[in-house]
Design a protein around this ligand. Structure first.
Ligand code: HEC
Ligand code: HEC
Ligand code: HEC
Ligand code: HEC
Length: 467
């Protein structure tokens, strides 16, 4: 019964929205005209007042908060039919599972409607600057992308990955979110979706303010070219980093595990063995890329596939203390004793190896990228420079022999790719799996950011190093 009724209303709507609409001429749109347009046309589908209601009882999204919700440019574009529709299977997927066109307005009318919205459709619950995503970093956007998946958002909303749409097409697409939403509205919506779209299939996540910042920051960067990201280590605070003051911070927070001289022998080390706290005195923290060093301290070991026993210090160490601490680490830890040279090819160069075996279906994988110069060159570039969070060379060494500047303090040592005796026993699939997932409890972090093709190119390069 109910269903048939809604169907009826909807078909009236359809005849309306096929019409384009324009006032007598550009620039002539007056507030009165706009009001009439809204009352006679838009209101046949949208509601502009009343209590929030389930989508399953509506014909189109509520626009009571239309003056807060959208970025002006997006709204004007959408009303002219220049933006992609937002519901991939139509607003009412329960009735009509297809995308429909929206009525279009000419530029001047669209502008007048947007201005009318911004003047008259303001939701008093939406506060200006109630929450901040200022100084958003690249890392925060990446963490937001993880949270988007971890908290099921992808189950119901589509985003783009490598240009491809992914996710359940249930509610609005979010790959253009950064061009569409006003941030203040988005934040208020996130506090409780049921204040806006109750009983519509919506979902409220259990999320801390910091995670919310990452998630909303990620959304506001979607679809925006060159979103202005903050690079902390390029700020004046880092230029002013004071190693002497940083030494005090190290004593307050780091010595308990890493030891007074960074030998990895703080009191915590008595119970932490798998893996033990890093031996900073053996690591060239001076050479470690700044983004990696900053992020591993700010977001902790688990943010780079390492032990969660290395805490994330972002909430604990504030203000100038962090730049000072990092200045101290870089001034003080420049790599340890030269690593013992490994036996050269010919003798038994095999390293003790306890690395977990990749699942069986990986072991037989063939390297799909061609064995030629261009694959090897592409892999070489990643190995020496471009792989994030840290270029492979930093640990596996310039020649791939496992003697990189950051490898010295690591136990087990980074793999020696020049040792053909050992490498011959490792399948391409094994190498691929460890590159993507890391080797838990060792220095080998996960390189999730590498695309499959890139990982295979690196493997071509690694294979070319065997002597
Ligand atoms: C025939 C019904 C119909 C009419 C008439 C109509 N709309 Fe819509 N409108 C829709 C539907 C359905 C959607 C959701 C479409 C989508 O993007 O998938 C929508 C979406 C919108 C959105 C984006 C909403 C959001 O946040 O998801 C705005 C803004 C909008 N319409 C404004 C207007 C204005 C202004 C008018 C009158 C000039 C109007 N609409 C007339 C059906 C209608
Ligand atoms: C179970 C499905 C589901 C999940 C999971 C889900 N959503 Fe939604 N979301 C909805 C529905 C349904 C709505 C209501 C809007 C509509 O479709 O009518 C909505 C609304 C929204 C809106 C406002 C859309 C608009 O323009 O009016 C945003 C933004 C949003 N969700 C973000 C998220 C984020 C971020 C997450 C993860 C924390 C998430 N959603 C998880 C189903 C879901
Ligand atoms: C509760 C013990 C603990 C404390 C306190 C601690 N760390 Fe760690 N840290 C670890 C452990 C364990 C590892 C080894 C992680 C791994 O290899 O998986 C580690 C590793 C590191 C690394 C090396 C990361 C890498 O990529 O190998 C750095 C740098 C670091 N810690 C810096 C700090 C700083 C700076 C502080 C003080 C603000 C600190 N740690 C305090 C336990 C701790
Ligand atoms: C921070 C140091 C570090 C970085 C950076 C690093 N590795 Fe490793 N890697 C290690 C260590 C330590 C091991 C030994 C792990 C073990 O024994 O399980 C290892 C082991 C490996 C293995 C051997 C897997 C096996 O099954 O034996 C491969 C392959 C590998 N790394 C590839 C890479 C590639 C490719 C990169 C760059 C994209 C890279 N590594 C970056 C430290 C590092």
């Amino acid at each position: 019964m109910a269903r048939r009724k809604v169907n009826g209303i909807l078909s009236i709507g359809i005849t309306v929205f096929m019409l384009g609409f324009s006032f007598a001429g550009p620039g002539k749109a007056q507030a009165e005209d706009v009001k009439e347009l809204i009352e006679t046309k838009c209101s046949t589908c949208h509601r502009f007042s009343g209590e929030p209601k389930s989508r399953l009882e509506l014909k189109a999204p509520d626009l009571k908060w239309g003056g807060n919700k959208y970025q002006h440019e997006w709204l004007v574009g959408f009303l002219q039919g220049k933006e992609e529709m937002i519901y991939p299977n139509g607003y009412r997927w329960d009735i009509q599972r297809k995308k429909t066109d929206h009525m279009t307005l000419d530029a001047a009318t669209a502008e007048a409607v947007a201005q009318y919205f911004e003047k008259n459709l303001l939701d008093p619950r939406v506060e200006k600057d109630a929450f901040s995503i200022d100084k958003l970093t690249q890392r925060e956007v990446e963490l937001g992308a993880d949270i988007f998946k971890e908290y099921s958002c992808l189950g119901c909303h589509q985003v783009k990955e490598d240009g491809k749409k992914i996710g359940g097409p249930i509610s609005t697409t979010l790959y253009g979110a950064g061009k569409r939403y006003n941030f203040d509205w988005l934040f208020r919506f996130a506090l409780n979706p049921q204040d806006f779209t109750p009983h519509s299939g919506e979902y409220l996540a259990d999320i801390s303010p910091r995670k919310l910042r990452h998630l909303l920051g990620y959304l506001m960067a979607q679809g925006v070219d060159n979103y202005p990201l903050h690079v902390p280590w390029e700020t004046q605070a880092f230029k002013n980093g004071n190693p002497d003051k940083g030494k005090v911070v190290y004593k307050q927070y780091c010595v308990q595990c890493h030891g007074p001289k960074g030998d990895g022998d703080g009191v915590g080390a008595l119970g932490l063995t798998d893996p033990p706290p890093a031996k900073h005195s053996q690591m060239a923290l001076s050479e470690l890329p700044m983004d990696y060093l900053y992020n591993v301290i700010y977001y902790g070991g688990k943010s780079v596939g390492k032990s969660p026993n290395m805490p994330d210090w972002g909430l604990t160490i504030h203000g100038q203390d962090l730049p000072d601490l990092i200045a101290f680490l870089r001034a003080n830890f420049k790599g340890g004793d030269a690593p013992a040279p490994v036996a050269s090819a010919g003798g038994d160069c095999s390293q003790p190896r306890k690395t977990k075996a990749a699942p069986a279906n990986f072991q037989n994988k063939q390297n799909p990228v061609p064995d030629n110069k261009s694959s090897i060159e592409a892999g070489k570039k990643l190995f020496h420079k471009d792989a994030k969070p840290v270029a492979c060379m930093q640990c596996h060494g310039k020649n791939g022999d496992g003697n990189g500047p950051l490898g010295g303090g690591l136990k087990p040592k980074p793999r020696d790719f020049t040792c053909s005796k050992m490498m011959a026993d490792l399948s391409d699939g094994q190498l691929f799996w460890i590159i993507k997932n890391g080797s838990q409890g060792t220095g080998m972090m996960s390189f999730k950011n590498l695309k499959d093709k890139q990982a295979w190119q690196v493997i071509r390069y690694i294979r070319s190093l065997a002597k």
